[in-house]
Ligand binder design. Structure first.
Ligand code: ADP
Length: 227
């Protein structure tokens, strides 16, 4: 398989967790636009200062800015690995159009595979209220404090991968979560309509099941043997 895989879904659907499994087990490479934005904020770059408020309050960064960040990353990573996952991009129909232009002009040999992840908002709110992430800006691994979850860290509040402290994201507070879900649903229809109209290959994943099952189903759907 070769190309760009787009993970499209509301906050809490598990885009980052699924992408992480693809990176670890399939050797793909992932760009999480959310992680990239948080890295800019922690490093207090010019972009970081510009987007800080939008992120904390659960709003989107501008289409042009986020697309230029994705373009810069793609230019660096292009060709290093056969499959690139974009996790959390595009999020609006405008971003989808901008990405389409980019692929047509600069990454002509890359096919685009759309993967949608969706479950009801009530489950998403629950998931986000128990989510914690690694505070190391270069790691940002995602965990859950839910009883019995497969995503619980081995040691309390310590990252399994890099040993840094775990903590809550500011935008996982209840008010920001509600805003993020509203913003996602506002753009969802236009975004999916764009891909439907452009005849891109589209896979719908059932993500209301344990992450290992989601990963298995995903591999089957894209034609990878899971045995
Ligand atoms: P989630 O999908 O759980 O909301 P992310 O970590 O993907 O979280 O994104 C966090 C925040 O980063 C978003 O609420 C938004 O402010 C910003 N962001 C990430 N991706 C985009 C994008 N494609 N367009 C605009 N803003 C984005």
């Amino acid at each position: 398989m070769k190309g760009i895989v787009l993970f499209i879904g509301p906050p809490g659907a598990g885009k980052g967790s699924l992408a992480h499994m693809c990176v670890k087990q399939l050797g793909w490479v992932q760009l999480s636009t959310g992680n990239l934005c948080r890295k800019h904020i922690i490093e207090q770059t010019k972009i970081g200062k510009e987007i800080d408020f939008a992120i904390k309050s659960g709003n989107l960064v501008s289409d042009v800015l986020i697309t230029s960040m994705v373009e810069e990353w793609l230019l660096q990573e292009y060709g290093k690995q056969p499959v690139v996952i974009l996790d959390g991009f595009p999020r609006t129909a405008e971003q989808a159009k901008l990405l389409n232009n980019l692929v047509e002009t600069k990454f002509k040999d890359l096919s685009v595979q759309v993967v949608t992840l969706d479950i009801p908002d009530t489950i998403l709110v629950d998931r986000l209220s128990s989510r914690i992430i690694c505070q190391n800006k270069d790691c940002q691994a995602v965990y859950s404090l839910s009883e019995g979850s497969l995503l619980r860290p081995a040691q309390d509040m310590v990252c399994d991968f890099c040993g840094s402290a775990l903590g809550r994201r500011k935008d996982d507070e209840y008010e920001a979560v509600k805003e993020r879900l509203t913003v996602y649903r506002r753009h969802e229809h236009g975004l999916l309509a764009f891909y439907k109209a452009s005849n891109k290959s589209c896979i719908q994943l059932n993500v209301a099941q344990p992450i290992t099952e989601v990963f298995k189903e995903f591999q089957e759907m894209i034609g990878l043997n899971t045995i």
